[in-house]
Ligand binder design. Structure first.
Ligand SMILES: [Zn+2]
Length: 73
């Protein structure tokens, strides 16, 4: 599971079409998805193609818990 964010890795909440949550995704994953059109992996393990950010959706509980643990870490 090398995709787990290390300390200081920037993550952004993004969502995809039809998704009910925003997920935290390491910024390199977002960039790669945008450039190459490939799916990104959120820190909760969800793999999908992120489309937008800033949507008025709740943050994925799994992502939030992991993100909080990283922040505390
Ligand atoms: Zn998630």
């Amino acid at each position: 599971m090398s995709t787990m964010t290390a300390d200081g890795t920037v993550v952004q909440p993004v969502t995809g079409d039809g998704d009910r949550f925003r997920h935290y995704v390491p910024k390199p994953e977002i960039v790669r998805a945008a450039v190459e059109g490939v799916p990104a992996r959120a820190i909760c393990g969800k793999v999908w193609v992120p489309l937008t950010e800033g949507a008025q959706l709740p943050v994925c509980p799994d992502c939030q818990a992991i993100y909080d643990s990283l922040e505390a870490g």
